[in-house]
Design a protein. Structure first.
Ligand SMILES: [Zn+2]
Length: 210
């Protein structure tokens, strides 16, 4: 079994919004979505702490509000920040979940997609450990594709966009090194592997490839 097939057998999003096969690290940085929210957008981000450095626990510590703010000069500006994402995919492909997909994670900030503001209300946020300045790892794309399909099986997703697309001028991630074509290709392969007519019936629209 290749890593994606292994991920498929593991990645199943339950009714409570938590995904099996993913390490759970519950964050308190979330609240309820609006009662009428339709979860139809996936937002891709990149993050690294300190910027450009990979590995370690700093990202999950930030989402858990337990970052050692004295551990690096850059962290000082993060003291008042209360943020989270639903998921993080590390460089080694390990996936973590911080907030139930049913709830509103705090990943997008001031944002707009197709005329709708406040994308946190109706989106699921996936962070890739990475930066705007170097390529992501192949296993990250594989896991992202597998997670995308698993989420699509659970929610009426219609679109995938980058943070840079929903907050242009303010955000630049996932950035120029994120390969949307590669993501889309692996997503299509993942979709075929799942062979689910319910999902195949409505392929996701990849905003960056429009
Ligand atoms: Zn972002």
């Amino acid at each position: 079994m290749n890593p994606t097939e292994a991920a498929f057998s593991r990645f199943v999003v339950a009714a409570d919004g938590w995904c099996s096969g993913v390490s759970r690290m519950p964050s308190s940085n979330f609240d309820a979505r609006p009662a009428d929210a339709k979860i139809d957008l996936l937002v891709v981000h990149n993050i690294s702490l300190p910027p450009g450095q990979f590995g370690g626990q700093f990202i999950s510590d930030l989402f858990a509000n337990r970052l050692d703010y004295d551990a690096h000069p850059y962290f000082d500006q993060l003291r008042a920040l209360r943020v989270s994402a639903h998921f993080l995919i590390r460089r080694d492909g390990i996936a973590m979940q911080f907030v139930s997909a049913r709830d509103r994670a705090w990943h997008a900030g001031h944002s707009s997609f197709r005329g709708r503001d406040g994308c946190n209300d109706f989106s699921i946020g996936i962070e890739l450990e990475g930066s705007d300045f170097e390529p992501f790892s192949g296993i990250q794309y594989e896991m992202l594709a597998a997670l995308t399909v698993a989420l699509q099986a659970a929610y009426p997703l219609t679109d995938v966009a980058g943070h840079e697309h929903i907050a242009p001028g303010r955000k630049t991630d996932p950035g120029p090194f994120f390969d949307w074509g590669d993501y889309h290709l692996r997503y299509q392969q993942a979709l075929r592997r799942l062979q689910s007519s319910t999902i195949a019936a409505h392929s996701l629209h990849f905003h960056a490839l429009a």
